[in-house]
Design a protein around this ligand. Structure first.
Ligand code: ADP
Ligand code: ZN
Length: 619
């Protein structure tokens, strides 16, 4: 790369930046505030960038590194992530390298020589490595374009990913006061943001804050009935052959679910902390490098997974909080293509999470906060309004209160019914049976089923026996779950599974509180209705819009190239680029070059082969 030209006049800079974006990355234009950020940093400014996952943070430091003299130093906490980023940059013809513990002494030495000789555009360094006296001294002798601190929230002790080695990064501002610093994170909250700015010497620097909306992700939360069957239907109907992540709470459930999916012919692998390190690494590598693998995992999996073409994230258990839900679902669709965040949720989820909090060893104050967070998430699950609105509102973003057109509630508005009488029956039943029983027994009594337990406790002689025959078992479960979610009924923290009345139950029983409930739609079928955003049809529908045969051939070709070169498939070509080729069927190099994702180097490397594939599938 020989784009270096710092401190050009503004217009020149804009043109050069756009030209680099096009030639190197093959992209036609900037997204959101990218251009502003690139210009700011390229002309020597510091800043803090807050953008959601998939927002396009990498370009915000990669382009300025190409535009300024010297090498951009990128601090990143994850070795696998650095390696894949560098592979992608090398493919695009950028002179990039890594410096971390995965290198031998000789390899590291060679990278250092390259840096000092001015032969690198971008160098990815692990924080602990960067902070060694040897590395700092070497950087002192090199020409440095900028410092980019990726995953900057790792510096925050209050955040969820605190990394002690990040604390030392405050040294960068002291030792290199004249080199621009750009810190980037996808963590939204205000406290973390302030802490990053303080620790990295960015309090006076501008903060570029993007919306945390992920418009290409479709949110959907369904009533859990038979989770494995629902999941299978969801994957088969909407994501056959796609890569996805399925989150479960326990190791055992991860194993079971992976085995079940495999039995159904879905290519699934397990991942949890109980597997040995080699198996974990192998499964993770396969997920990243191969096409269409479903990773069934505990939350141990995900941090630093940079795979852009994860088409769905499914939750079979409730996460702990909205923050966790947003982070986990955010791993879908980094490439901006339509993706699904799907969750199956039921009463047992609330009970289970409540029990985990009750049984945790945390202080009372901590438990209260945890319960508050869980309640907020349950509120998101039960809402009859736009999920996206609720999610963004939780993060303090001003919401419009309108229909987002891409969540289940907006696409298929749930019916609401007045459940006050049903609620009274259920609460009376819990009360009359002594607040000692769980869902199954309470429903048996309501429906009037003579079970052994009913007879044993004489509950068939109670006035509430059989008073709820108008609803079936499934409907009662839904009523019960919603009463718990609304706080009119609660799991007993002492007697597992038992449901007790709460302070607010009285109002319901006396008819003072009206209880509006959502009608259950328990299906894994796609929400009906067409997306308001025409470009956001369900993922599967957009595939192979041009030519399904060509699309499949391109993917097979990509897998071969990726295997031969030892890089992830998406490093060779993104899905969006493959879609573009299949849809437009280019016949000349110039036409191919016009497809997003095909820059100069990719055209040079793969142009002829791709054109040959297109013309060979000319049927
Ligand atoms: P982040 O680091 O914010 O999660 P990335 O930098 O990995 O996001 O970018 C996410 C995806 O968006 C990548 O597939 C990238 O190629 C794509 N992307 C980024 N900027 C643009 C742009 N200006 N035009 C088109 N695609 C873009
Ligand atoms: Zn919506």
């Amino acid at each position: 790369m020989t784009l270096s030209a710092a401190r050009r006049p503004d217009d020149d800079l804009a043109t050069t930046a756009l030209s680099a974006l096009n030639h190197v990355f093959g992209l036609p234009g900037f997204r959101g505030s990218q251009e502003q950020i690139v210009r700011h940093v390229a002309s020597g400014g510091d800043c803090l960038v807050l953008m959601p996952t998939g927002g396009g943070k990498s370009l915000c430091y990669q382009l300025p590194s190409l535009l300024r003299p010297g090498c951009g130093i990128v601090v990143s906490p994850l070795i696998a992530l650095m390696r894949d980023q560098v592979a992608g940059l090398l493919e695009a013809g950028v002179r990039a390298a890594v410096l971390n513990s995965s290198l031998s002494w000789d390899e590291a030495n060679a990278v250092e020589q390259q840096l000092l000789a001015g032969e690198l555009d971008l160098l990815y360094v692990a924080p602990e490595r960067l902070l060694t006296p040897r590395c700092l001294a070497m950087l002192g002798r090199a020409e440095i374009a900028l410092f980019a601190i990726d995953e900057a929230h790792c510096v925050s002790q209050w955040g969820h990913d605190f990394r002690p080695e990040y604390i030392g990064l405050s040294a960068i501002a002291e030792k290199f006061p004249n080199v621009p610093r750009i810190a980037l994170t996808a963590t939204a909250d205000e406290l973390t943001r302030r802490e990053i700015a303080e620790r990295l010497g960015l309090t006076d620097a501008p903060h570029f804050v993007a919306s945390f909306d992920r418009p290409n992700i479709r949110y959907e939360i369904v009533d859990k009935q038979s989770a494995p069957a629902q999941l299978k239907a969801f994957i088969e109907d909407r994501h056959a052959g796609d890569a996805g992540i399925v989150y479960c709470l326990s190791r055992a459930k991860v194993e079971d679910t992976a085995a079940t999916l495999t039995k159904f012919g879905i290519h699934a692998l397990p991942y949890h902390a109980g597997l040995d390190a080699a198996t974990r690494a192998r499964n993770q590598d396969r997920f990243i490098n191969e096409d269409g693998i479903v990773m069934v995992a505990t939350v141990a999996f995900g941090m630093g997974i940079d795979k852009p073409d994860v088409r769905f994230v499914a939750h079979l258990d409730l996460p702990k909080s909205i923050e966790a839900y947003y982070q986990e679902t955010g791993r879908a669709g980094r490439d901006g293509k339509p993706s699904d965040a799907w969750m199956a949720y039921g009463l047992s989820d609330i009970v289970q999470q409540r029990r985990m909090i009750d049984e945790s060893s945390g202080a009372e104050a901590f438990k209260r906060v945890s319960i508050g967070k869980l309640d907020a998430l349950v509120g998101l699950c039960e809402t009859t309004h736009c999920r996206r609105d609720r999610l963004l509102g939780y993060f303090g973003e001003e919401t419009t209160g309108t229909n987002c057109g891409n969540c289940d509630n907006c696409l298929n508005p749930p019916k609401v019914w007045n459940g006050s009488v049903a609620a009274q029956k259920l609460l009376s039943c819990a009360y009359r049976t002594g607040q000692r029983f769980g869902a199954i027994h309470l429903i048996d009594v309501l429906i009037g089923r003579v079970t052994e337990k009913v007879t044993q406790f004489g509950h068939d002689r109670l006035s509430v026996f059989g008073i709820g025959a108008e609803l079936n078992e499934k409907q009662w479960r839904a009523v019960m779950r919603q009463l718990v979610a609304l706080g009119h009924l609660k799991p007993d923290s002492e007697a597992f599974g038992a449901l007790k009345l709460t302070d607010s139950s009285r109002g319901v029983l006396k008819g003072e509180t009206e209880v509006m409930l959502r009608e259950q739609v328990a299906s894994a079928r796609p929400p009906r209705g067409k997306s308001r955003r025409g470009d956001l049809a369900p993922a599967a529908a957009t595939r192979g819009t041009g030519d399904a045969g060509l699309f499949a051939r391109l993917k097979a070709w990509r897998s071969d190239v990726a295997r031969t070169r030892g890089v992830p498939a998406y490093v060779v070509l993104h899905d969006a680029t493959i879609d573009g080729i299949a849809a437009t069927r280019p016949t000349t190099l110039a036409q191919l070059r016009g497809i997003p994702g095909i820059g100069d180097k990719k055209l040079e490397h793969y142009g002829q082969e791709l054109l040959a594939l297109v013309s060979a599938s000319d049927t």
